[in-house]
Ligand binder design. Structure first.
Ligand code: GAL
Length: 488
C-alpha cells in the first residue's frame, strides 16, 4: 500500500462526496403548517417539564419549511456535491399511514429535491430522523411490531413519490439513540422509561423495519430507480482505560459490541446480534429470575431477512471514550448495567461547546479501521460529524476549524494508509439548529442562525468558508499549505 508521501498528495479520491446534513425536526419549524401531523418531538417539547433546555421547541427552529431558498444558498455557497436531509414523516403522512396524504408535504420535498438536482447537488434522504408520527407512537411506536409494516408502507410511498430523483436513501437515523434515549432512559421523545427491556425491543423492531424497507426497495424499485439504501449507525470509538488490563480490554469489546455492533453485526455480518451481547444479556436475565433473555431473539427467517441489508455503511461519529470495567449488581436492569463499562473522558481531550463531545479526531480513524475489519470492509460514508459551539458562538471559529481539519486529515489517513473505502463526508450540521434536549444552546452549524431575529438570517462561520475551499479543490491543502503529515 502506498504511503501518503509516496502519493505525494492531500487529495481526496475522485468523486468523493462532500456534504452537510440536517434533520427535519431540527430545522424546518412549521410544526402545524399546511396540514402537518404531530410527531413525538412536537408532543415531547410541548409537554414542557424542563426536559429540554429552557423548554424550547422546534416549532420554528430555522424556519426551513418557508426559508428553503435560504438553505439552498448556504449549500451552494459551500459548493457541496451532496446534501443530506430528512423527511418529516408526519408532514407527508399526518397520521403516519398512507390513509391520508398531505399534498403540501409532497410539494415541499419536491421543491427541495428538484432545486438540489437543478444545482447538481445529490440529495441523500433520511426517512426517519427521530420524529416518529405521534399517531404511530400512540399505537405503541417502536415497542410494537406493527410499526414495522407501517414504516415499510411509508418507505414504499417515498420511493414511489421521490425515487425517480432520489438515489440515496437512509431508512433510520441512529437507532441506537432512539432505542436507548427514547425507550429506555426516556430522555428523548417519546420519553419512555423501560430500563433493560425498552431499548432492546425498540432496536429489534427498528432492525426489522429497516431490513423490510431495504427489501421493498430491492424487490420493487431497484431495477428501475437504480438507487441505494442504508441506515445511519452512530458509534463512539473506545479504548481500554488501562491498556494492560484484561478486564478493561474485555469491557471495551463489550462497549463496542453493544454500540456499533448492536446494529452493524446483524446488518453487515450474519443477521444476528454480537455473541457478547447475547451471552451477557441472557446470563444477567437468568440471574434476575427471567425465563427468557431481555434481548429478543431473531428467528432464522428474520436473520436471513436482515443480513446484507445495507448498500454501504453510513457512520455518524462524534467522540471517543476510555473504557474501564465496572461491576453492576445482578438486579440492576438496564442496557448500561448490562454493558458494565465505565465511560471515561480523558481530561487531555479538548471539549467543545457541548459537554459530552470530547474532541478526538484520531478516534474516527480507529473506528473506521475497526468497521473495515469487523464488518466486511464495507464502503463507508461518514454521514455525520461535527463540533459544537456553546450559547455564545463566535463567527471566526478558528479552533473549531482546526478540529475539522484534524478530522479530515484522519479520514485521509484512513483512506491512504489503512485502505478504508471512505467515499464521503457529511458535516453536521449545515445550520445551527434545535439540538434536541439542548435546544438552541448548542450550535453545530457551518452557518450561524440568529434565532433572535424573526427573519432567522444565516451567516457563514469561518469554518464554512474554509470547508468550501476543501470541497472545491477536493483536497485538504491548497498550493503552499501544509497540514500534519499523513504518514502515521
Ligand atoms: C446526532 C443526531 C443529530 C445531531 C447530532 C449532534 O446524534 O443524529 O440529529 O443532533 O447528534 O448532537
Amino acid at each position: 500500500m502506498a504511503t501518503a508521501e509516496q502519493l505525494n498528495c492531500y487529495d481526496f479520491p475522485k468523486g468523493f462526496a462532500w456534504g452537510a446534513a440536517t434533520a427535519a425536526y431540527q430545522i424546518e419549524g412549521g410544526w402545524d403548517a399546511d396540514g402537518k401531523g404531530l410527531n413525538v418531538w412536537d408532543t415531547f417539547t410541548h409537554q414542557g417539564g424542563d426536559r429540554v433546555f429552557k423548554n424550547q421547541t422546534g416549532d420554528v427552529a430555522c424556519g426551513s419549511y418557508t426559508l428553503w431558498e435560504e438553505d439552498l444558498k448556504c449549500i451552494k455557497q459551500l459548493g457541496l456535491t451532496y446534501y443530506r436531509f430528512s423527511i418529516s414523516w408526519s408532514r407527508l403522512l399526518p397520521d403516519g399511514t398512507t390513509g391520508f396524504i398531505n399534498q403540501k408535504g409532497i410539494d415541499y420535498y419536491n421543491k427541495v429535491i428538484n432545486s438540489l438536482l437543478e444545482n447538481n447537488i445529490i440529495p441523500v434522504v433520511t426517512l426517519y430522523h427521530f420524529d416518529l408520527p405521534q399517531a404511530v407512537e400512540d399505537q405503541g411506536g417502536w415497542n410494537c411490531e406493527k410499526t414495522i409494516e407501517i414504516f415499510n408502507h411509508y418507505a414504499q410511498f417515498c420511493y414511489e413519490t421521490f425515487g425517480d430523483r432520489v438515489k440515496f436513501w437512509i431508512t433510520i437515523n441512529e437507532p441506537h439513540v432512539v432505542a436507548k434515549l427514547g425507550y429506555e432512559e426516556g430522555l428523548f421523545a417519546p420519553g419512555k422509561k423501560e430500563p433493560g427491556l425498552g431499548a432492546y425491543r425498540a432496536a429489534h423492531n427498528m432492525l426489522k423495519a429497516h431490513a423490510k424497507a431495504w427489501h421493498t426497495y430491492k424487490n420493487d424499485f431497484k431495477n428501475k430507480q437504480k438507487g441505494f439504501v442504508s441506515i445511519a449507525i452512530d458509534s463512539d470509538w473506545a479504548e481500554p482505560y488501562d491498556p494492560n488490563s484484561e478486564k478493561d480490554k474485555e469491557a471495551t469489546e463489550r462497549y463496542l459490541s453493544f454500540y456499533v455492533g448492536w446494529f452493524a453485526k446483524p446488518i453487515f455480518v450474519d443477521g444476528d446480534y454480537p455473541e457478547i451481547m447475547k451471552t451477557v444479556v441472557s446470563k444477567r436475565s437468568k440471574a434476575q429470575g427471567l425465563q427468557t433473555s431481555r434481548l429478543p431473539e431473531f428467528t432464522n427467517e428474520e436473520k436471513n431477512m436482515i443480513k446484507g441489508t445495507a448498500d454501504f455503511f453510513c457512520l455518524n461519529y462524534y467522540t471517543s471514550r476510555k473504557i474501564r470495567h465496572c461491576t453492576s449488581s445482578a438486579d440492576e436492569s438496564s442496557c448500561t448495567s448490562d454493558i458494565a463499562a465505565e465511560r471515561i473522558k480523558d481530561p487531555d481531550w479538548p471539549e467543545c461547546g457541548v459537554e459530552w463531545l470530547a474532541v478526538v479526531p484520531w478516534g474516527l480513524r480507529k473506528l473506521l479501521a475497526y468497521i473495515k475489519d469487523t464488518f466486511g470492509n464495507p464502503t463507508i460514508y461518514i454521514t455525520e460529524n461535527g463540533f459544537a459551539q456553546n450559547e455564545s458562538p463566535v463567527i471566526k471559529d478558528v479552533q473549531r476549524w482546526t478540529y475539522f481539519q484534524e478530522t479530515l486529515t484522519e479520514i485521509l489517513k484512513a483512506i491512504r494508509l489503512d485502505d478504508v473505502d471512505v467515499k464521503g463526508y457529511f458535516c453536521w450540521c449545515l445550520l445551527d439548529n434545535f439540538e434536541w434536549i439542548s435546544g438552541f444552546s448548542v450550535r453545530f452549524g457551518l452557518f450561524h442562525v440568529d434565532f433572535d431575529n424573526a427573519e432567522l438570517p444565516r451567516t457563514p462561520y469561518h469554518s464554512a468558508i474554509e470547508y468550501s475551499k476543501i470541497v472545491k479543490r477536493n483536497a485538504l491543502t491548497g498550493p503552499g499549505e501544509t497540514v500534519a503529515s499523513l504518514n502515521n
